[in-house]
Each structure stands twice: as C-alpha cells, then as structure tokens.
Design a protein around this ligand. Structure first.
Ligand code: ZN
Ligand code: ZN
Length: 163
C-alpha cells in the first residue's frame, strides 16, 4: 500500500515521498509475456492546498518481458513523470491511501501485449528461427504441398462425378 499521513505534511515546505513498493499491487502477474518486474519506484511531492492534498511527481517500474512474436527478452519501462492527484479536503486526515491512483497511472501506460518492435516479423513457422535469420526452405516446401493437395482435389472431383 502506498499511503501517508496528511497531518504530517509541512504546511509550507510540503513533504517528499521517495520510496519503492513491491509490484504486486499492479495485479498483472498473469500477463502473457511478462517475466519479472522491479519494485515500483515513486518520488512524490505532497503539499497542502486549502485543506486539500496535492500529490505530484513521478512513478516508474521496469518489466522484463518476452516479445509475443519472436520470443526475444527485453526490458520495458513504464514511467509517468506527470503524476498529479488532488484529494479534496484530505489535509486533516491521519491516513491517505493513494495506491489505486498510482496503480492506474502505471496501468494506463501498459500495452495490451508486448512486441519488441513494431516491425518484428516473429519466428519462421517452419523451422522456429527468427524470420529475419531463417534460411530454411520451409515456405517453398509448404507451397509445393499446397500445390499437390490442389492437384489431388481436382483429380478426385473429376473421378467422383463419373459414378
Ligand atoms: Zn520480436
Ligand atoms: Zn525457417
């Protein structure tokens, strides 16, 4: 949980939260291609404005992920440098939980799936090697097989109609 005590915020200088939190609060452990996560790092400046609390700063996390096409591992950084949340009338509270807002700040920047780069061609379906490095003749063989199947089909039709 990412939280603090608003009553302890210096009314003039504000207060800085510079800490890390385990990534489990994101609840993305089951995401396909996600291998591991660092802690969530946050540096937030808290200030009291007219009995309300203003939270501004940055939050980031680094994910180790696997490309959904070529299976290459790479690091994916999610960062929000413009965290900004306003808690109306919260200045006198003894406890303010901002976990959900921080969670959303990160989740909105999370892609639906991980692709190492937009042009990634993925793996050759015949030999399993990256398409850019594949030297197999799998595609040619497959094309030849389709051609043979078509021939068989057309000869079956010709013989079948005579009965
Ligand atoms: Zn890839
Ligand atoms: Zn191949």
């Amino acid at each position: 949980m990412i939280s603090f005590c608003p009553m302890k915020i210096d009314r003039i200088a504000g207060m800085t939260l510079n800490d890390a939190h385990e990534p489990s609060i994101l609840e993305i452990d089951d995401m396909p291609g996600l291998l591991s996560m660092t802690d969530i790092k946050y540096k937030l400046h808290l200030s009291v404005v007219n009995e309300s609390v203003l939270v501004k700063g940055s939050v980031s996390i680094t994910l180790e992920v696997e490309c959904g096409r070529c299976l290459d591992k790479y690091k994916f950084v999610i960062e929000d440098k413009d965290v900004c949340h306003f808690y109306d009338g919260a200045a006198e509270k003894s406890h303010l939980n901002i976990t959900e807002e921080i969670r959303e700040d990160l989740l909105v920047k999370l892609p639906q799936y991980f692709i190492c780069r937009e042009e990634c061609e993925g793996l050759c379906q015949y030999c399993g090697v990256k398409k850019s490095k594949c030297k197999c003749d799998g595609a040619e063989k497959a094309a030849a097989m389709i051609f043979e199947e078509e021939e068989v089909e057309s000869s079956q039709k010709a013989s079948g109609s005579g009965g």
